[in-house]
Design a protein around this ligand. Structure first.
Ligand code: FAD
Ligand code: 8RB
Length: 457
């Protein structure tokens, strides 16, 4: 006789992954209790007035569709067709499309709107939320968790007899508690670059000051600036800069120094950012890094997902998309495995290699965005890539398409990308155009090395 499986779960964190997972599980009849450090974003003015936006791609949309919330979210997004590359010295910005047409685009979405929508949906589905509960410590043997209310520093001790799911982000307190109980093999590799957020307000007519339907990039070799549109006519600008050297955060310290950097390197952006000096001096640079864990779960007692398990650098815009994919995978596996420890082990086995792959691709994409996008050799490879996709669309699927428009497992996308890069580099080496291409030889290489990719069309 086996005891009936626990149908009650406790989630830590009601951010993007926590609120989506709460919905998916509640819909399937699980009792879900969620503890969140911050206040309820639906009632409190829980963040500063600034809008922070995220790029939503197909993986994220698929997960939202599973939760029945895709349409509600999509109603308030801004389409981004491609990269708008702003050259140094003020030449005309050029759009590099992400896909073949407007069916292959990404979407800019407000973090707060998205989080609020997901929370409401989870509550409607029956999940119970406890806000102002910051997980502090866990006694796994006794089944006790201590939470702190950060408004008055008061502790609350809660007894639990359910598995714990950590969706509490990159600084996860559940991860720390699990690690104290049995080491998770944790390692964080910080990037020697950080970031600063700035804002382009709407123009006098309330409209976007630059092309709305693009992700803007100012590539400058060792560093770059980007801008994503918000639906109220603003852009959130992010400058990524090395910590050391010049320019770097160590040398560009005052608002006036930042203004001088923009005047020199981002001349067309400077007049659009009226609060540059103020914003520069108000907010410290944000750190960037990759979190690697050897283990994601503690038997059947606790498991981590999203940033808590695999925080990554932002350069592929996949952190949230990957976290959403985690939620669908975990919900499915909890359904498939009555034994929670087995479900958690299967989740780790399925997702860990894929998380490692997108972590690597995110690091690689920094070089592409800040440097390669302005390089003629790179542009020639992109041109060949498009032509190979046109000829053999189910076999030669561009890297960006696999990551952003398909749900190809990230590990498969990484492997095929490496193979494709060898083909592209070899075929274009020493040439400035595609005139010399031996299409017969390429056809052979493509068919020999790249089997038909599920989902490609
Ligand atoms: P989070 O969304 O961070 O949620 C964690 C939640 O846990 C929060 O609500 C937090 O308050 C709560 N919490 C933390 N500690 C505790 C505790 N001790 N007890 C209880 N609750 C706790 N990804 C993309 O895909 N595309 C993008 O364009 C993109 N842009 C980004 C821009 C910025 C500025 C940043 C910072 C990230 C961006 N990301 C993007 C990454 C994305 O935000 C994360 O990968 C995603 O939010 C991960 O979801 P999560 O639920 O794991 O963590
Ligand atoms: N976290 C993004 C891409 C890929 C764009 C391309 C890149 C800001 C922090 Cl840096 C970045 C992408 O290859 O042309 N898609 O979506 C989002 C990105 O940065 C987000 C806004 C960001 N994430 C800490 C800052």
């Amino acid at each position: 006789m086996s005891v009936s499986p626990p149908r009650h779960l406790t989630l830590i964190g009601a951010g993007l992954a926590g609120s989506l997972l709460a919905t998916l599980l509640s819909r399937r009849g699980w009792r879900v209790t969620v503890y969140e450090r911050r206040g309820d974003p639906r009632v409190a003015d829980y963040e500063s007035g600034r809008s922070i936006n995220l790029a939503l791609a197909e993986r994220g949309r698929m997960a939202l569709r599973r939760a029945g919330v895709e349409d509600a979210v999509m109603a308030r997004t801004v389409m981004m067709r491609g990269r708008m590359v702003h050259p140094r010295g003020g030449g005309t910005p050029q759009l590099q499309r992400y896909g073949r047409d407007d069916s292959e685009v990404i979407w800019s979405v407000h973090r707060k709107n998205l989080n609020t929508t997901l929370l409401q949906l989870a509550e409607d589905a029956g999940a119970r939320f406890h806000f102002h509960h910051r997980l502090h410590t866990v006694d796994f043997d006794a089944g006790h968790a201590r939470f702190i209310d950060d408004r008055d520093d008061q502790p609350r001790d809660v007894h639990f007899d359910t598995p714990l799911i950590g969706a509490d982000g990159a600084g996860s307190a559940l991860r720390a508690a699990m690690n104290r109980r049995a080491p998770l093999g944790e390692r964080t590799e910080f990037l020697d670059h950080s970031y600063k957020e700035l804002e382009i307000p709407p123009g006098p007519d309330g409209r976007f000051r630059i092309e709305a339907n693009a992700l803007h990039i100012w590539p400058r070799g060792r560093y770059m600036c980007i801008a994503l549109p918000n639906d109220e006519g603003t852009f959130t600008v992010t400058l990524f800069l090395p910590n050391e050297g010049d320019p770097g955060f160590a040398t560009v310290r005052s608002g006036a120094e930042a203004r001088a950097l923009f005047a020199r390197e981002f001349a067309d952006a400077l007049p659009l950012i009226p609060h540059l000096c103020h914003d520069w001096e108000q907010h410290p640079p944000g750190l960037l890094g990759t979190l690697y864990l050897e283990r994601w779960h503690l038997g059947g007692s606790a498991v981590l997902l999203g940033d808590a398990a695999h925080a990554m650098v932002p350069f592929h815009g996949q952190g949230m998309n990957c976290a959403f994919e985690d939620c669908v995978a975990l919900a499915d596996l909890l359904e498939a495995h009555p034994d929670t420890a087995e479900a958690f082990a299967a989740f780790e086995a399925e997702r860990k290699p894929n998380a490692a792959a997108i972590q690597q691709m995110a690091l690689d994409n920094y070089l592409e965005m800040r440097d390669h996008v302005a390089d003629p050799g790179f542009l020639l490879q992109r041109e060949l890539e498009r032509e190979l996709q046109r000829r053999w669309p189910t076999r030669f699927v561009p890297h960006y398409t696999m990551v952003t428009f398909l749900d190809t497992p990230y590990a498969v996308a990484l492997e095929r990308t490496r193979q494709q890069q060898r083909i592209l580099a070899q075929a274009t080496a020493g040439h400035a155009t595609l005139e010399h291409i031996d299409w017969k030889a390429l056809q052979q290489a493509v068919h020999a090395q790249l089997p038909v990719l599920p989902g490609a069309h």
